[in-house]
Design a binder for this molecule. Structure first.
Ligand code: NAD
Length: 505
């Protein structure tokens, strides 16, 4: 952090007004390849002047973009979609090189992002307003949704393409201009996305990218010309973003961390369930906000289920994300991998049963990479830190419950409420779970219930601060404000007179 520039690796600057620009700030940070531990690039950290440059470009581009017919905006998004499709492999490689996840996973996340671009191409329809004729005698009323101006997005390391795409395609389709501040750990994919958008015909200044840390984020939050902020990241920062933006009068949606539970009922198909849980817990090395990190096994299924998960988890192939055929790559940084190990240590000390211990794993040929094996802890209780905290690594904890009611209560008492799932063959049990669970995204025999782009994504409680979820119609509402127009065209000789409160009848 904040080291002088290392000239032996390239430094990534910003994308402002349709071109690459160098930073005014002298601060920068390292970008690491998690599979090798080597520093591959440096990235500039924006100061307030850098952020202002991006905002001024976005501000200048706003009036013409706002006035561009939605259908023309949509056509640019259609071309953008094609270009992303064409450059899919390159983008997936950029994700893997800086995040570490396996290429198939990177490509899958790109696809989920692309679906939001596809959703946004429907913007002429999505922006249609309402009309009521004759709300009073010869009086009509119609409503429109109008863009806000310059919007900003601040995103986490774990989805370098998908999470930014939850935001900017919808914001831009609605007629806003945008400044993105991606995670400083994974800056390259966002730059390529910006280049492709220009190639698709997006006017300069509509989409801008700056990089950086807290200082850069604070400059965004303090900028008077930024009207709305979308944030995705950890809960403490999400809360800070929400409070700071609210105080400044900005519109804000701030998605936070998670502890996602899967409830397994005794009638579930165990083989299917165990397979689903392996992917949901250890895929992307557990660095997903929708990862299943806690299993609630309802009596008497626990022992059998744990045995099955153990067997499958022990067989996972772990290695560099780009080496083909791997199930799981490294974690994002050495510091994070040490933190995850610390949680497994704590779980053991607090009395959890260690079923599978991933702490000692080393990746042959990549000894300096940030790899961990899969860990599985059983007989975990709600007071243990492995249960209470979001670990964000390849660690699955199993709790036991006597009944579905007890499992539901446990989940509803947890401060996080992003996603959850139930595994059962009983329609009645599934329906009860769906009705009684207080969580934003629910899966019935679906371990990671990430809504498609046509629906909205978001959790409850400490997993989201704000009123609107991302993409889908909530995204359109977040990035627009309503206007209602009441119209009368009176005959010149029949004008109403008087100073009383107007009524329409
Ligand atoms: P993070 O909170 O550390 O960082 C997120 C963003 O905030 C980054 O752009 C970062 O530069 C910035 N930031 C970091 N510290 C800051 C500070 N003190 N002040 C202002 N800005 C700051 O999160 P991360 O480690 O990049 O990502 C992992 C977290 O994101 C996990 O908690 C995960 O659950 C969460 N996440 C949530 C969702 C969701 O949809 N709810 C999706 C993906 C990730």
């Amino acid at each position: 952090m904040n080291k002088p520039m290392d000239v032996s690796v390239p430094t990534i600057g910003y994308w402002i007004n349709g071109q690459h620009v160098a930073a005014a700030s002298s601060r920068s940070g390292e970008v690491t390849n998690p599979a090798t531990g080597a520093v591959s690039k440096r990235v500039a950290y924006a100061n307030a002047a850098d952020v202002d440059r991006a905002v001024q470009a976005a501000r200048a581009a706003f009036p013409a973009w706002r006035d561009t017919p939605p259908l023309r905006r949509a056509r640019i998004l259609m071309r953008y979609r094609e270009l992303i499709e064409k450059n899919r492999d390159e983008l997936a490689k950029l994700i893997t090189a800086e995040h570490g996840k396996v290429l198939a996973d990177a490509a899958g996340s790109l696809q989920r992002g692309l679906e939001v671009v596809e959703f946004a191409t429907g913007i002429p329809h999505l922006l249609k307003g309402e009309l009521s004729v004759n709300v009073g005698t010869d009086v009509d009323c119609h409503s429109t949704r109008e863009p806000l101006g310059v919007c900003a997005g601040i995103t986490p390391f774990n989805f370098p393409v998908m999470v930014p795409m939850w935001m900017y395609p919808v914001a831009i389709a609605c007629g806003n201009t945008f400044v993105l501040k991606p995670s400083e750990k994974v800056p390259s994919a966002a730059m390529r996305l910006a280049e492709l958008f220009k190639e698709a015909g997006l006017p300069d200044g509509v989409f801008n990218v700056v990089h950086g840390d807290k200082e850069s984020v604070d400059a965004i939050l303090a900028h008077p010309d930024i009207r709305a902020v979308s944030f995705v990241g950890s809960t403490p920062i999400a809360k800070y973003i929400y409070e700071t933006c609210a105080k400044a009068g900005k519109r804000v949606q701030a998605l936070g961390g998670a502890k996602n539970h899967a409830v397994v009922l005794p009638d579930a198909d165990l083989e299917f369930t165990a397979d689903a849980l392996i992917g949901a817990a250890y895929g992307s090395a557990g660095e997903r906000c929708m990862a299943i990190s806690a299993v609630v096994a309802v009596d008497p299924i626990g022992d059998q289920l744990v045995e099955m998960i153990k067997k499958k988890a022990a067989a996972l192939k772990i290695g560099p994300g780009d080496s083909g055929n791997m199930d799981m790559g490294p974690l994002i940084t050495r510091q994070h991998s040490d933190k995850v190990k610390g949680y497994v240590d704590a779980g053991e000390k607090e009395g959890a049963k260690m079923v599978l211990d991933g702490r000692g794993f080393t990746c042959k040929g990549n000894e300096d990479g940030f790899f961990l094996g899969a860990s599985l802890l059983d007989k975990v209780t709600p007071s243990m830190s492995v249960y209470k905290d979001e670990i964000f690594g390849p660690v699955l904890v199993v709790l036991r419950a006597k009944s579905l009611d007890e499992a539901i209560k446990l989940i509803n008492d947890n401060p996080y409420a992003n996603g959850t799932a139930v595994f059962t063959r009983s329609g009645g049990a599934a329906r009860k779970f769906e009705r009684e669970i207080e969580v934003g995204m629910v899966g019935i025999n679906v371990p990671i219930p990430v809504p498609t782009a046509f629906f909205s994504f978001g959790g409850w409680r400490n997993s989201l601060f704000g009123d609107q979820h991302v993409h889908g119609m909530e995204g359109v509402r977040f990035y627009t404000r309503g206007k209602v127009v009441t119209t009368r065209w009176p005959d010149a000789d029949a004008l109403p007179t008087g100073f009383h409160m107007p009524t329409l009848g």
